[in-house]
Design a protein around this ligand. Structure first.
Ligand code: PLP
Length: 429
């Protein structure tokens, strides 16, 4: 496979951007090698600058549930652009998208649009603190909620309830207010609330984890979190930036039947353009400025092109779309598991809806500790063997692959055939 031009551009990019990229995981650090520079995309396929074609399972990390360049989304964005790229004043497209969101998720009584998932979760955390008058936010080890200070924290071993910053530049005083627990461990949450319940403003979680690879919630976990929050006067924030409109029309809350206080969105809600949103209970949302005292603002919030892309995307997503995604993804997961068995590779394929991860582990993977036990080196070899065969997977063991409505049965069969060889190659070491 020719990669000369990608290599040349990556050398140049390294002189311009730290690590050669504008977001870390794109740099292939988790798998080694040179990232491909992408020239164009359509449907389920992407093409790199050297002319190689791939079946794409990244989908811009989740937003492109309709595949690349869907005609309805392109038309909507072009129409919006023609009328003006941004006004900095209210415009009708914000109302259309908000009504679509509320139709599908009636627990979102009021919402605010922002420009990224990171902004949405940071604002939701500030709002929860402002609403409750408390400072602590409980998050779970391995869950990613964007790159804001308060959420860049995971547990240090042995001091799991003592927040330690994950990155230089995050003050210890900030991290101190983010206690962290193992995901899927409701008993630990109950214990933490017994100890310091009155100081906890909110619990924030990914309802299905995508940012540790795909992890499914235990049957009572999400409902249990909602219950503990209610008992202790804390807010339950469900971070649906990845799962919203992905695992079903009602997102994960709809799929699992849980009632959140606040929800955060990003990715699909912007149809591939930069967008995020947070929303939920009207009495909580009315504490946001200018209705209330908790400040939040954004020059490009509710941007007309982003609103148009999000609206067109949600309008295209029917019950039939989700049935197709479920069916294709199940086929893919089963084919991958079978291919691994044939090659003698110990893997666990975790899947919820159209999110899936092949974990190189013989044991069940259900939290950060069991995910970290996986053989990431073996995943790296598998990743490159797939890339060589024209299958573009997320370049890390700890990320979710996404199936889109644009993927076909042929794409899935091609992927399974490639994986049979890739598993065998990965096992050779
Ligand atoms: C991607 C993601 C974010 C951050 O969204 P950005 O738009 O990248 O800032 C937050 N939470 C979850 C669950 C995500 O998957």
């Amino acid at each position: 496979m020719k990669t000369e031009y990608s290599e040349k551009l990556f050398a140049k990019a390294n002189e311009l951007f730290p690590g050669g990229v504008n977001s870390p995981v794109r740099a292939f650090k988790g798998v080694g090698g040179t990232p491909r520079f992408i020239a164009r995309a359509r449907g389920s396929r992407i093409w790199d600058v050297d002319g190689n074609q791939y079946v794409d399972y990244v989908g811009s990390w989740g937003p492109l549930i309709l595949g690349h360049c869907h005609s309805a989304v392109m038309q909507a964005v072009q129409d919006a652009l023609r009328e003006g790229a941004s006004f900095g004043a209210p415009s009708p497209r914000e109302i259309r998208l908000a009504e679509l969101v509320r139709q599908r998720m009636p627990w979102i009584q009021k919402m605010r649009f922002v420009s990224s998932g990171t902004e949405a979760t940071a604002a939701a955390v500030r709002l929860a603190r402002g609403f409750t008058g408390r400072d602590d936010i409980l998050k779970f080890d391995g869950c990613y909620h964007g790159a804001a200070d308060a959420l860049l924290v995971k547990a240090g071993s042995g001091v799991e309830t003592l927040g330690l910053p994950d990155s230089p530049g995050v003050p210890a005083d900030v991290a101190r207010h983010t206690p962290t627990l193992p995901w899927n461990d409701l008993a630990a949450v109950v214990r933490l609330f017994r100890d310091r319940g009155p100081s906890i403003a909110a619990v924030i979680t990914e309802p299905v984890v995508g940012n540790m690879g795909v992890l499914a919630p235990n049957p009572d976990f999400l409902e249990g979190l909602a219950r503990v929050c209610r008992q202790h006067g804390a807010l339950f924030i469900v971070d649906e930036v990845m799962t919203g409109f992905r695992v079903g029309a009602g997102g994960a809350c709809g799929r699992f039947g849980v009632t959140p206080d606040l929800v955060t969105f990003g990715k699909i809600i912007g149809g591939g353009l930069p967008v995020g949103a947070f929303g939920g209970r009207a009495d909580v949302m009315d504490r946001i400025a200018p209705a209330g005292p908790v400040y939040q603002a954004g020059t490009l919030s509710g941007n007309p092109m982003a609103m148009a892309a999000g609206t067109a995307t949600l309008e295209q997503l029917s019950a039939a779309s989700y049935a197709k995604l479920e069916d294709l993804s199940a086929r893919l997961a089963e084919g991958l598991a079978e291919g691994a068995r044939e090659a003698g590779a110990a893997v666990k394929v975790n899947r919820v809806g159209s999110m899936l991860t092949v974990f190189f582990s013989g044991e069940p993977v259900f939290d950060a500790t069991s995910a970290r036990r996986c053989d990431a080196k073996c995943f790296g070899r598998y990743f490159h063997a797939m890339l060589e065969r024209g299958i573009y997977l997320p370049p890390s063991q700890f990320e979710a692959a996404f199936v889109s409505v644009a993927h076909s049965v042929e794409d899935v069969e091609l992927t399974i055939a490639a994986a049979k060889e890739a598993f065998a190659e990965a096992m050779k070491g």
